[in-house]
Design a protein around this ligand. Structure first.
Ligand code: PLP
Length: 332
């Protein structure tokens, strides 16, 4: 794997970048706004989606620290856990996953890929999830007792190192804007653990220009995400980029599109997913990107995205998650 130094920080080149920006011509006509999609579902086949950009920086840091094992956590169908397993193994690390749930859906979606890759899996229940940091620390101690060295990543990879992934993506989008002469007024993305939105907001602040960033909550609420992301801007500025002014990182956090709750899709979301798939050949996932898409439609309806304005929708992946929930689409 090639190591590069960008924005003053080491990064492993793992993703196929830059990802393309494509027009959604038919949906744009229906919605009366020019909508483009940033195809971050195309960052890789197995490690597809948004997590790979965060992992490029995290795995470089792990390697620099001399770690030989990666430990992370997530739901049994976690996209982040799967991407960490793929890239960890590709880069020569052993991988341990702490997964909320049990082996019930082990033959589907992300969970299947984790197992095919031979990641070591420890299942935890809801009470264990509250203690996930301690459980990952126990795993790290076990690695150390066996003479190894672990590197622990939080859920979603959303710490300050992970934030650099989407900070860099914002600079990539700015370069694409410059190259094409097209400017986006708004960017819409899903908010799951916050690192993607935070990185984008920081990157556009650093560039001194960029679209308004709308993060659509798929879990928790705006206060939670505001509190979770504020320290990320501070830490990025303090550790690597003193020219970044955290006060200029001001994404707009949007509530109201969680539906029945995190990870639960309803009739509306499923119908929307099918509509977009059949009209544009673009497949979203029920947990993250579909809810973000519904948020985008809501922002058009309430006038936040005005007629004549341009929108960039971040397709952050999730296909394996969808393939883990095929039973919800039995009737289509
Ligand atoms: C497919 C997909 N899209 C979006 C997100 C949200 O990104 P973040 O966790 O950085 O907020 C996630 C993970 O949480 C994801 O797996």
């Amino acid at each position: 794997m090639t190591m590069e130094v960008e924005i003053g920080v080491e990064r492993l080149r793992l993703a196929r970048l830059p990802t393309p920006i494509e027009a959604l011509e038919r949906r744009s006509r229906v919605l009366g706004r020019e909508i483009h999609v940033k195809r971050d579902d195309l960052t890789d086949t197995l490690a597809s989606g948004n997590k790979i950009r965060k992992l490029e920086f995290a795995l470089a840091a792990a390697r620099r620290a001399g770690a030989d094992t990666l430990i992370t956590c997530g739901a049994a169908q976690s996209n982040h856990a799967r991407a960490t397993a793929v890239l960890g193994i590709r880069c020569g690390f052993a991988v341990r996953l702490v997964l909320l749930g049990d082996a019930e859906d082990r033959d589907r979606g992300n969970h299947l890929i984790d197992r095919i890759l031979g990641a070591r899996i420890r299942y935890i229940d809801a009470a264990g999830w509250k203690r996930r940091a301690a459980i990952m620390a126990e795993e790290a101690e076990e690695v150390a007792r066996a003479g190894g060295q672990a590197w622990v990543l939080p859920e979603g990879g959303s710490d300050e190192i992970g934030t650099l992934g989407y900070l860099r993506a914002a600079l990539e989008i700015r370069a694409q804007e410059e190259a094409t002469g097209r400017r986006f007024d708004h960017l819409v993305c899903a908010l799951g653990t916050g690192g993607t939105m935070a990185g984008l907001a920081a990157g556009f602040a650093l560039a001194g220009r960029g679209p308004r960033v709308h993060g659509i909550c798929v879990c928790n609420d705006a206060d939670y995400f505001a509190a979770r992301t504020a320290p990320l801007y501070e830490a990025v500025a303090r550790r690597w980029l003193p020219e970044l002014d955290p006060r200029r990182c001001r994404p707009e956090i949007v509530e109201g599109y969680k539906g029945l709750g995190y990870g639960i899709s309803d009739e509306n979301a499923r119908a929307g997913l099918l509509e977009l798939a059949r009209e544009e050949g673009l497949i979203l996932d029920p947990v993250y990107t579909m809810k973000a898409w519904m948020g985008l439609c809501g922002l058009i309806e309430d006038g936040t995205i005005a007629p004549g304005e341009t929108v960039l929708f971040l397709h952050s992946g999730g296909l394996f998650g969808l393939l883990g929930r095929g039973d919800e689409f039995r009737d289509c």
